[in-house]
Design a protein around this ligand. Structure first.
Ligand SMILES: Cc1cc2nc3c(=O)[nH]c(=O)nc-3n(C[C@H](O)[C@H](O)[C@H](O)COP(=O)(O)O)c2cc1C
Length: 181
């Protein structure tokens, strides 16, 4: 899909709506170069250290964790409502034993600036290079978050990904503003 470069803050509201409804897809490559996708429901776009960033949380049990540790890169891919069912598949199957691009009938495209795949069919893609990571510290976590998110441990690693590229399809305005209603 032909896309154009846009500012990282454009479509903020639409991206947050999709993140908190169906989810977004994080793309990464494993050590063998196989492309993988994982659904995220938590994340933030922002500016830290004067750098535009996607901050995402990945549990060590995820295959994606191993991939990002290996490459130091990831992409964030925003689906349309029509393609959002892929979030259910990519949020329940693991790249350890499933080719999720094939399972969802999606096409992996090489990132332009990072060693991570983007989803060709999606209207908006971010390419990110990890500039910092740290782990959630149980001792410094509010009780309400601990009981809601970490009953089984598996404390997330927080990845701060510098946004190197943001590209949108020409019809992203229309596609991203459609709702499932
Ligand atoms: C809506 C939704 C949101 C999710 N958000 C996250 C998240 O933010 N971080 C995370 O580690 N796992 C999250 N998951 C779980 C992973 O997507 C899931 O475990 C996936 O199968 C991991 O794939 P992988 O093993 O190929 O990395 C979410 C799942 C769903 C369905």
């Amino acid at each position: 899909m032909t896309r154009q470069d846009i500012k990282y803050t454009r479509y903020y509201a639409e991206v947050m709506r999709m993140l908190t409804s169906h989810g977004l897809l994080v793309g990464s490559y494993d050590a063998a170069g196989k492309a993988n996708l994982m659904t995220i429901g938590w994340g933030a776009i922002g500016s830290l250290w004067g750098v535009p960033l996607w901050t995402i949380l990945v549990r060590p049990s995820r295959y994606t964790y191993r991939c990002i540790e290996h490459t130091g890169c990831f992409t964030v891919n925003v689906p349309t409502e029509r393609l959002a069912m892929s979030c259910a598949v990519c949020g329940s199957k693991s790249g350890r034993d499933t080719d999720k691009f094939a399972a969802c009938n999606l096409t992996a495209e090489k990132g332009r600036t990072v060693l991570a795949p983007t989803v060709a069919e999606f209207p908006l893609v971010y390419e990110c290079q990890v500039v910092h990571s740290n782990d959630i510290l149980p001792a410094r976590l509010a009780d309400e978050i601990m009981s809601g998110a970490y009953m089984d441990g598996d404390f997330h690693r927080v990845y701060f990904g510098k946004i190197l590229s943001v590209r949108a399809a020409p019809d992203a305005d229309e596609l991203l503003r459609q709702t499932g209603a």
